[in-house]
Design a protein around this ligand. Structure first.
Ligand SMILES: Cc1cc2nc3c(=O)[nH]c(=O)nc-3n(C[C@H](O)[C@H](O)[C@H](O)COP(=O)(O)OP(=O)(O)OC[C@H]3O[C@@H](n4cnc5c(N)ncnc54)[C@H](O)[C@@H]3O)c2cc1C
Length: 694
């Protein structure tokens, strides 16, 4: 663009010079795109892929350009199906970018590595290109100017793939990307309206998945563009430590379960290693997962039809998210199976405040989602064209006409479901969202002497350094470390590891991503609250999983149900447990004008320390809660009081006005309660009227 500007202002004489410059830039682009990384070939490694004769290949511009013109569609690929070579993807940007004036592949976008003081090919090898691996690789390459290789296998348990273009849409995106896209599609596409217009079910589903493909594809392209710009070498393949070579040598192969017969295995030597291989869903035994009608929370990405009825096991964030998604997509019969007696208790176990949990449960029930309590799945019968079967089935047209038969058994023998009670329900599709486990089993961790925790995650110290390797050069970040299994905390860990690896190259970065959370709860009389501050700060500074999950100030939590739920800081019960004399102030969405008009269901709650008025927790359930929580987080972090918020001027007509209403209610709880009762009555009347009219 700069060149174009120069050309127009300086006249014809300069055109020739400009063309020469453009030609030079193009040559630089071409040479960057087609450079091939030299990998040492390994043919005779004992016990591992000895028969493989893989080869490295670049993604050709022609292939991607042609493919991108066809209609996109989503597919799920299991790891067993993924075969082929480790692919050098650094040039994968070629599709459609040839005429992009902002093409970053110019001379200045060359890898900016400083001379290495070690004998290895790379300064850093990152394993896994989820959000954590990608962000860490970008930071190390662009800020610390390191020579970085990013190795990514197709998703261990499920891959978002554009079947038309063969493009891996999951790169750089969280595993939850599909659910977010589906949620967005459910908001934009009104399925009942399309059905009313006579559209066929498969056309409606194509419309919905089209929206998801667009979103995921945009994210994947942007991610590749950024990696190329930063000079990160991107390679597709499974990485594992090499036997007998310690913690600096990785073997990259297309498929390390031995089922592949073609391709090439390569060796990468590196100074540091970051393991960011993420997690996969836990699959309870005896459930016939087939990725066709019986899914886990990853393989659901490959759903090929719009079910009319869905059964979901789980009471965590993911289960609720999917229940609301399918309900909003016009699914007539959605059932949640929970082990607890009370759905509210189940939600409180994942950290929600009791009133927020109650609001969410009320909304789930209002939207027609059924809740089966105190139960678990005993058996699932998957019908096939030939007849019923409990084993995995291949999709056949006929089998979809017959629903799954799901037998429930009591869990715990409680009052609401006696021990011997067996129940059968039917559904088009089943999803288990019952927790996740770390992806470590294919890394050959013993070769690098890396220790694992009791759940199979990588054991790390407070600097996120893997426990075990003699050189202390291996780090871990994200889901592979276990709870809290969030993209936000994982990325913070990824940033922290890069900073811990290369402190001298990142002097301007803060010592810790969370150390500036000044969350002291001063209560001189008790003294113990000061202790809370010290503990929180020292734990938060490490960013390690133990600190993160134990620290209520470490990160905000968002539940992408609709309405959303989110919280930051302490709940009333947590504050009490810590010995803080706390109070709370509430505002209903129906009490602020924007809420009343657009989205009246929900509430915002401030938890505050009575002696000082300091806000120590914020809890929201309602429209945009996952956005609104960040203002609440700043109030807590900057030690603002309810008086500060009550006397601030808020813009009308916004949801933020609820913060002021809640702050005022802390000061005059009696009057506030009366106002809420009035607002609640008016809302119920409005609901009754609108249901009568419809
Ligand atoms: C339905 C759902 C909804 C969610 N919603 C949210 C949310 O709202 N907010 C939030 O913060 N988080 C959410 N999450 C969690 C979030 O998606 C994860 O925490 C995040 O994706 C973890 O990132 P990661 O980079 O650690 O791992 P992943 O995203 O799992 O990426 C790891 C990568 O490593 C690759 N890999 C594995 N083994 C190897 C190997 N041996 N060699 C090379 N590569 C390998 C995998 O194939 C994968 O590409 C949700 C998750 C789900 C399932």
């Amino acid at each position: 663009m700069c060149l174009v500007a120069v050309t127009t202002t300086m006249g014809r004489f300069r055109v020739t010079t400009t063309r020469l410059l453009v030609l030079c830039a193009l040559l630089a682009v071409v040479s960057t795109r087609y450079c091939v990384v030299s990998f040492q070939q390994v043919y005779d490694r004992p016990g591992r892929n000895n028969n493989n004769a893989f080869f490295l290949r670049t993604t050709s511009a022609a292939t991607t350009a042609t493919a991108s013109t066809t209609t996109p569609s989503l597919s799920f690929t299991s790891s067993k199906q993924v075969t082929g070579s480790p692919i050098l993807l650094q040039s994968a940007l070629a599709d459609g970018d040839a005429d992009n004036n902002d093409d970053p592949s110019s001379a200045e976008a060359e890898p900016t590595s400083t001379p290495a003081d070690h004998p290895y090919e790379y300064d850093l090898a990152v394993i896994g290109a989820g959000p954590v691996g990608v962000q860490a690789a970008l930071l190390a390459a662009s800020t610390a100017h390191k020579k970085v290789i990013l190795i990514d296998a197709p998703r261990a348990s499920g891959q978002l793939l554009n079947t038309q273009t063969n493009e891996d849409l999951s790169i750089g995106g969280p595993t939850g990307l599909f659910s977010k896209a589906l949620r967005d599609a459910a908001k934009r596409i009104k399925v009942p309206t399309l059905r009313g217009m006579g559209l066929r079910e498969d056309s409606i589903w194509n419309e919905i998945t089209g929206v998801c493909v667009d979103l995921a594809s945009f994210n994947a392209k942007d991610c590749r563009r950024q990696l190329e710009y930063a000079g990160v070498t991107l390679v597709e393949g499974y990485a594992e430590f090499e036997d007998g070579k310690g913690s600096h040598t990785l073997v990259v192969s297309p498929d390390n379960d031995g089922s592949s017969s073609k391709g090439e295995t390569s060796v990468v030597t590196t100074d540091k290693v970051l393991i960011a291989t993420g997690s996969r869903p836990f699959q309870p035994a005896d459930i016939p997962f087939d990725g066709v009608r019986v899914f886990d929370s990853d393989s659901i990405n490959g759903l090929k039809f719009l079910p009319k009825s869905v059964v979901i096991t789980g009471s965590g964030i993911v289960a609720i998210e999917f229940a609301k998604i399918f309900s909003n997509l016009g699914c007539e019969d959605v059932t949640l199976l929970i082990r607890d007696n009370s759905p509210k208790n189940a939600l409180m176990k994942i950290g929600l405040d009791k009133d927020i949990a109650a609001t969410l449960v009320a909304d789930i029930i209002r939207s027609g989602i059924k809740i089966q309590r105190a139960c678990e799945v005993d058996q699932i019968e998957v019908p096939t064209a030939a007849g019923s079967s409990t084993s995995t089935t291949t999709p056949g047209k006929n089998s979809f006409l017959t629903p799954l038969k799901i037998t429930l058994k009591a869990k715990g023998g409680t009052e609401c479901r006696p021990a011997n009670c067996v129940q059968e329900i039917k559904a088009d599709a089943y999803i288990a969202a019952v927790g996740r486990i770390a992806n470590t089993e294919k890394l050959n961790l013993p070769a690098a002497n890396i220790e694992m925790d009791e759940y199979g995650g990588i054991k790390v110290d407070s600097k996120l350094r893997a426990v075990g390797p003699v050189d202390g050069n291996v780090y871990g970040a994200g889901d592979v470390l276990g709870r809290p299994f969030l993209a936000s905390t994982g990325v913070a860990q990824g940033v922290a590891t890069v900073r811990n690896m290369f402190p001298m190259d990142m002097p301007f970065m803060k010592d810790s991503i969370t150390a500036d959370v000044s969350c002291s709860i001063e209560d001189e009389k008790e003294g113990r609250c000061m202790k809370v501050e010290d503990e929180l700060l020292s734990m938060a500074a490490a960013c390690d999983p133990t600190s993160l999950v134990a620290n209520p100030f470490a990160f905000p939590v968002g539940v992408w149900s609709s309405p959303e739920a989110a919280y930051y800081g302490l709940s009333m019960s947590q504050a009490k447990e810590m010995g803080i004399d706390a109070g709370e102030g509430i505002s209903l969405y129906a009490e602020c004008l924007r809420g009343l008009v657009f989205s009246p269901n929900g509430l915002l709650k401030l938890v505050f320390q009575k002696s000082t008025g300091r806000i120590v927790g914020v809890h929201i359930c309602g429209e945009d809660a996952c956005e609104l929580i960040h203002y609440g987080m700043e109030l807590v972090k900057t030690k603002r009081t309810v008086t500060d918020v009550a006397s601030s001027l808020f813009s009308a007509v916004t949801y933020h006005e609820m913060y002021q209403i809640a702050a005022k209610s802390c000061m005059d709880p009696k009057a506030a309660r009366k106002r809420r009762v009035e607002a609640g009555r008016a809302l119920s009347k409005r609901r009754r009227n609108s249901s009568q009219m419809s």
